[in-house]
Design a protein around this ligand. Structure first.
Ligand code: URA
Length: 201
């Protein structure tokens, strides 16, 4: 049992013992720890290489992710795939994709803090199981909740943080980049920093 487990919040789920992939998959599928369980189609745990060096963390499943049960399958996911390809990465190949929330918030509204807290043990379990070498947080919510800060994404991006000893970088969410393509240059800088950081490990 590593530090990730000791830092878990006292949610209803936090008393459980360490997860295996099977128990984690099952727990997310059955989870009723927050109100999103009443409206989601299914829990969306994550996808990719369970031994990945790269862990990519987004915000929450959208409509298409809720329907298909896989993160980043909609338009933002297409851009994410292109962003990964630009630094020589592909979903599923040394990369694992997940979200802070495993359930789709209705109307794509912002996740609420009680929902983030209820879902946190699952993200911590994923980090514990995957043991990534580097975490890339996509967008404000992922960066703020992993780093436990209210700082703006514009000030969190562009430098290397750590999450429980693991280097963590933040960049703009691909959905934001679709709305504001002029920020793609900054996201590209972030990806290059992430690649450099990984190479230096
Ligand atoms: N946006 C996210 O943050 N995650 C997804 O899985 C899809 C869109």
């Amino acid at each position: 049992i590593g530090p990730a487990w000791r830092l878990r919040e006292a949610t209803s789920l936090a008393t459980s013992t360490a997860y295996t992939w099977d128990t984690l998959t099952d727990a997310v599928a059955r989870c009723t720890a927050c109100k999103l369980s009443a409206t989601r189609t299914q829990g969306v745990l994550g996808v990719g290489d369970r031994n990945a060096d790269w862990l990519i963390v987004g915000e929450a499943p959208g409509v298409e992710e809720d329907a298909q049960g896989e993160p980043f399958v909609g338009p933002a996911g297409k851009l994410l795939d292109a962003m990964l390809a630009s630094i020589g990465l592909a979903r599923g190949d040394n990369v694992y994709l997940t979200n802070v929330l495993k359930s789709h918030p209705p109307g794509n509204r912002d996740p609420e803090s009680d929902e983030v807290a209820a879902c946190r043990p699952y993200l911590l379990a994923q980090i514990e199981l995957i043991q990534p070498k580097l975490i890339l947080a996509l967008g404000r919510l992922a960066a703020q909740s992993l780093l436990d800060t209210d700082d703006a994404i514009g000030s969190l991006r562009g430098r290397v943080h750590t999450f429980q000893g693991v280097p963590l970088m933040a960049t703009y969410h691909p959905a934001y980049l679709l709305r504001k393509p002029t920020e793609k240059a900054r996201a590209w800088e972030d990806l290059c920093l992430a690649r450099r950081t990984m190479r230096a490990l």
